[in-house]
Design a protein around this ligand. Structure first.
Ligand SMILES: Cc1ncc(COP(=O)(O)O)c(C=O)c1O
Length: 425
């Protein structure tokens, strides 16, 4: 074997000699602009969002324009956006909502917070909802499907929307990990009844903590507004957004964002397309450098143009080989997440969601699973979605970030080529 082909685990020279730059998306582009926006806000001492031209109002208007939707609502987390979205589409006691077995647990917790029962469905090689399993899991209690665009990659939305239309189901798109991503030339989250963003530290753009909900449906928007602030109906004329509510208010929780979210969010929003462009360049460079694979295939991406470019899912033939690839890639200088990282239960895989699998609620009544309004009989177990466990057990996630240049992405591809050539059969 040529010296350069010898794997680093066998004493060869690693492909990546200096460590790859680390970083996340939104926070890596924070600069003086955010600092000035926050300083300006603090100097104004106007820190409450309900006032004319508040930073949050402007963030909502600017986000709605960028997304091409009628309404946007800023809230204080992605989870809050999801809870308001669930309540916005009218999900509640007696209902089921179908969620993927691969998402952050907050997606599922939001269904429970609305009083509905989550039904966990398989993912497929898109690492998003498997439409055929969704169809199998639809019951007469199903009210909503919740596609989650994980790691920047849009789901098989066409199939999911067709199913939803056929069965008259609501669609709540969790775009927390795909902020700004698109599907067939429209931003994700604008196809369903409502879309949500998380703006937490790890996201495409970030306000530290924060979230946004968006929709074209006036009723959904109004209900989400009520869900986000129990005092809202009483602010009356002080609702500086000039919204005249048509629906009767109901009491929600306080998910009002700080004006800091608005101030930082507006600057980050202006940087969104720049972040996406850089990440997409990285992923393109990575893909272009890959040799013909021997023992893996790439995650299916239903619309590559809409992918935010933050990751590449590499699905290896079997789990043992995947572990071997991960080990060898790390030695080549490419940190790679395997789904079952030793010792850390992954909050994104349903089998680690003990509170859900054990149907735990805040109250001994066993709500929402034992709510008298619920007539279904959902059952959970750690191995209930074998396809999801199998796929995730074989998937390596390679991540790109804003501190990388295209050459870093190409080096990652060369490392994968080298490992695949040596270990793949
Ligand atoms: C897919 C998904 N949904 C929901 C959330 C919740 O967002 P937040 O942490 O802002 O509440 C996250 C955050 O990590 C997420 O990744």
């Amino acid at each position: 074997m040529k010296k350069s082909n010898r794997l680093a685990i066998d004493g060869g020279v690693p492909v990546v000699k200096d460590s790859l730059p680390s970083g996340v998306s939104g926070p890596s582009v924070v600069d003086e602009e955010e600092v000035e926006a926050v300083a300006r806000l603090l100097r104004s001492q106007k820190l409450f969002r309900y006032r004319p031209d508040s930073e949050c109002n402007l963030l909502e208007l600017e986000a709605a324009e960028l997304l091409g939707v009628k309404y946007a609502l800023a809230v204080n987390s992605g989870t809050a956006a999801l809870v308001c979205a669930m309540k916005g589409v009218g999900l509640g006691p007696g209902d089921e909502a179908i969620v993927p077995g691969y998402t952050y647990i907050a997606t599922v917790a939001a269904v429970v917070a609305a009083g509905a029962v989550p039904v966990i469905a398989e993912i497929d090689d898109s690492l998003g909802l498997d439409p055929s399993d969704v169809e199998r899991k639809i019951t007469k209690y199903t009210k909503a499907i919740v596609p989650v665009h994980m790691r920047g990659v849009p789901n098989r939305l066409d199939s999911i929307l067709t199913l939803a239309r056929r069965h008259r189901l609501k669609v709540v798109e969790d775009c927390s990990q795909c902020v700004g991503g698109a599907y067939k030339a429209r931003r994700v989250g604008t196809y369903g009844d409502v879309g949500t963003w998380s703006l937490n530290y790890y996201k495409t753009i970030s306000t530290g903590e924060g979230g946004l909900l968006y929709t074209n449906d006036r009723d959904v928007f109004e209900r989400a507004c009520f869900a986000s602030d129990p005092g809202l109906p009483m602010w009356g004329g002080e609702d500086s957004r000039g919204i005249e509510f048509h629906q009767d208010p109901f009491p929600g929780e306080t998910y009002r964002p700080s004006e800091l979210v608005g101030a930082v969010g507006r600057v980050q929003l202006r940087k969104l397309d720049g972040v996406l462009a850089h990440q997409r360049r990285l992923k393109k460079a990575f893909l272009a450098e890959l040799d013909e694979p021997r023992a893996y295939r790439l995650q299916h991406v239903d619309d590559p143009a809409g992918d935010t470019g933050v990751s590449a899912g590499v699905i290896v033939q079997d789990e043992e080989l995947a572990r071997g690839y991960a080990h060898a890639l790390k030695a080549e200088g490419v940190p790679v997440g395997t789904i079952y990282n030793a010792g850390i239960p992954d909050r994104h895989i349903y089998s680690a969601w003990d509170s859900i699998l054990n149907k735990r609620s805040h109250h001994p009544s066993g709500y929402p699973w034992k709510d008298p309004a619920y007539r279904g009989d959902v059952q959970y177990s750690k191995d209930m979605c074998p396809q999801t466990l199998d796929l995730l057990g074989r998937t390596l996630l390679l991540n790109f970030n804003m501190n990388m240049a295209e050459e870093h992405a190409r080096a990652m591809a060369r490392a994968l080529n080298k490992v695949d050539a040596a270990l793949g059969t």
